[in-house]
Design a protein around this ligand. Structure first.
Ligand SMILES: Cc1ncc(COP(=O)(O)O)c(C=O)c1O
Length: 436
């Protein structure tokens, strides 16, 4: 039996006739009977076309940190919409939004806006290559940095047997249509393995333009960096003259107002921000230290975008950051997310299921396997079947995390302790059912 109600199924039929596979992003297709069509979101909830309410822990894969349709963001966006949005000239809202980012993330000297995380990482990579005159980009196995050609290697979609030996990892191309030449510009290393990164820099260091680092593996269970790991990566980049880019598309404005730098105390040269910066509106940025980001001013390295910094995106970012600045939302998320993490761990232990709850309250995952994985390879034993059955049971009970365990649960300022209690009840009932 599929997950869709009658009206939702009918709408998905219409969606399939007009949109390829019924979706606008490949990751959203979950099968003909299980792909949802949503009518609206409100706070911590989404509603399907049958009017059924779900507690939403996907939050659009992370962006909606204040809750759907947050009044302050909606008001700022409505005002911006009626004032015109795109001018081919700097607008004042864009200046205010950029100032707020600098205030929230104090190591940032200057920035430029883009519209999506994909665009932001693409521009950050080109800037790093332009500044260093080198071509190679290093990334972690399992990390996703967007849908452009330069980064679609060894993501969480790569099969375990495609990765090569951990001592000499092979970049696995995850899509057709990427020119062969690009594979030669990519190197991959396992997360939390400083020795592997060191070996790579010792052999290829003088060709490495950038280390593109997702400080928390936000597309692999939210695996955290071990103490000293990010510091070690920073030292390697300094030693070999490579640009350290933090891809903070998922961590930025979510794990702390100042993102990974505030959380872990390591400062990159460039960072990409998106998702939680705009509470669901398409806004992103490449931000950096003057020595690197200032190269755009010198000229010769292209960055452009018709809609970059448009009034709606800028208003959404300014309003969202404005709401986040008091710290109240982070304290709330820590409380509700903490209750969920503890409760899920307790239910699993009571029911004899071996599990680790990985991550932190704002972004955590449930790993059904032995031990605590420290990298993508270490997650191979996760029991996907049990997890998917569990989540389908929860969805039927009105609770909606992503059914792929690698994609974390996200919390927002609108989730309540009552939502957490309802979620834990649904989790336990669904787990018992899934265990048979
Ligand atoms: C870490 C990271 N970087 C980049 C991206 C790409 O962002 P977008 O989907 O806005 O293009 C994502 C998307 O999930 C992401 O998680």
């Amino acid at each position: 039996m599929g997950l869709q109600g009658v009206e939702t199924a009918a709408w998905f039929g219409r969606a399939k006739a007009a949109l390829v596979s019924g979706v606008s992003s490949g990751f959203r297709y979950l099968g003909d009977d299980d792909t949802f069509v949503i009518s609206r979101g409100d706070g911590g909830y989404v509603y399907d076309m049958d009017g059924k309410r779900y507690i939403d822990y996907q939050l659009g894969y992370g962006p909606v940190i204040l809750g759907h349709g947050h009044p302050a963001v909606s008001a700022a966006v409505s005002e911006a919409a009626s004032a015109g949005t795109t001018f081919a000239m700097t607008n004042s809202t864009e200046v205010v939004a950029a100032e707020r980012i600098k205030q929230a993330v104090p190591w940032v000297d200057r920035l430029r806006f883009t519209n999506t995380g994909t665009e932001a990482t693409m521009h950050a990579i080109r800037l790093a290559r332009g500044v260093t005159g080198r071509e190679i980009v290093v990334k972690f196995e399992g990390a996703y940095h967007g849908a452009h050609d330069y980064v679609l290697f060894s993501t969480a979609s790569s099969p375990a047997d495609s990765l090569g030996s951990p001592r000499s990892p092979v970049p696995h191309q995850v899509s057709s249509g990427i020119p062969e030449a690009i594979r030669h510009t990519v190197r991959v290393v396992p997360f939390n393995d400083l020795g592997a990164a060191q070996r790579l820099f010792e052999s290829d260091g003088r060709h490495i333009a950038a280390f593109l680092v997702e400080p928390v593996l936000g597309n692999v269970f939210g695996i955290m960096p071990e103490p000293g790991f990010l510091e070690g990566i920073r030292r390697l980049c300094d030693q070999f003259g490579a640009v350290l880019i933090f891809d903070e598309v998922k961590t930025g404005f979510r794990i702390a107002l100042g993102g990974a730098t505030e959380a872990f105390g390591v400062v990159p040269d460039l960072a990409t921000f998106a998702k939680s910066m705009g509470n669901g509106f398409p806004v992103a940025a490449v931000a950096g230290r003057e020595e690197v980001i200032g190269a755009w001013e010198v000229g010769g390295i292209t960055q452009a975008g018709t809609y970059s910094g448009n009034g709606i995106a800028a208003a959404a970012a300014a309003a969202t950051i404005g709401e986040l600045m008091s710290g109240k939302v982070y304290r709330h998320i820590a409380e509700v997310g903490g209750v969920l993490m503890e409760g899920i761990a307790r239910v699993c232990s009571d029911r004899g299921v071996v599990a680790s709850i990985i991550g932190q309250p704002a972004i955590f995952s449930v790993y059904f396997g032995e031990g605590n994985p420290r990298d993508f390879r270490g997650t191979a034993d996760h029991n996907h079947e049990l997890y998917t059955e569990l989540i389908h049971g929860m969805v039927r009970r009105g609770v909606m995390p992503c059914d792929d365990a690698l994609e974390p649960w996200f919390l927002c300022g609108a989730h309540t302790l009552d939502d957490a209690a309802e979620t834990l009840e649904a989790f336990e009932a669904s787990l018992v059912e899934a265990l048979g």
